[in-house]
Design a protein around this ligand. Structure first.
Ligand SMILES: [Zn+2]
Length: 191
């Protein structure tokens, strides 16, 4: 199995890990950016990442469903569930009031053990919304799984965060950004 350095090298090669001067969705600036759509567009590479994540999540306990936040969690969640026998995969979508909702007949039953899978976790905002909707249904969230953990050990939940790679990504308020200070051009990679 690949180590963290090999995996970061792989992400870099396919443009899923960028170094430069970036504006994050939070408005903060960083010198690193993960664009994991560049990984999920390659099923033959994603399979190995998903297998590693599935093995980590399998150790947490018996799971009956994987729940992913749309869009980022759908493909990795599906790929992870493929490695977990009999485990279903559903996704939660943004509702008009800014929360997450289960639509399309997707359900989590009271007491059902589930994990939430997201492509990358930074502040955990969308994952927290998915945890809320699962807990409102009476489901039990055993763990959160992510391809890339960028929380630097500061995930906002009391449950395990299982990841394939874990990277502390520095970020700054624009007014305190050393890259702005150095007048490097700012990039919005997802635009
Ligand atoms: Zn900046």
């Amino acid at each position: 199995m690949a180590n963290q350095e090999q995996r970061m090298h792989q992400l870099s090669e396919i443009g899923a890990y960028l170094e430069g001067h970036f504006e994050l969705t939070t408005g903060r600036h960083s010198n690193q950016f993960f664009m994991l759509a560049r990984l999920t567009e390659r099923p033959w590479l994603l399979r190995d990442w998903a297998k590693a994540l599935a093995e980590g999540l399998d150790r947490v306990g018996r799971i009956s469903q994987v729940v992913g936040p749309a869009m980022g969690g759908i493909i990795p969640g599906y790929a992870v569930a493929e490695h977990l026998k009999g485990v279903r995969m559903i996704f939660a979508e943004k509702a008009s009031d800014g929360t997450m909702a289960l639509r399309r007949g997707f359900r989590v039953e009271p007491g059902e053990p589930v994990v939430v899978v997201e492509d990358a976790v930074t502040t955990g905002g969308s994952v927290s919304k998915v945890i809320n909707v699962i807990e409102a249904s009476g489901g039990r969230v055993l763990a959160v799984g992510t391809l890339v953990d960028r929380t630097g050990g500061h995930a906002p939940w009391p449950i395990p965060l299982v990841s394939v790679v874990s990277v502390a990504v520095p970020s700054w308020q624009p007014s305190e950004c050393p890259l702005c200070e150095a007048k490097l051009p700012l990039v919005r990679p997802k635009a």
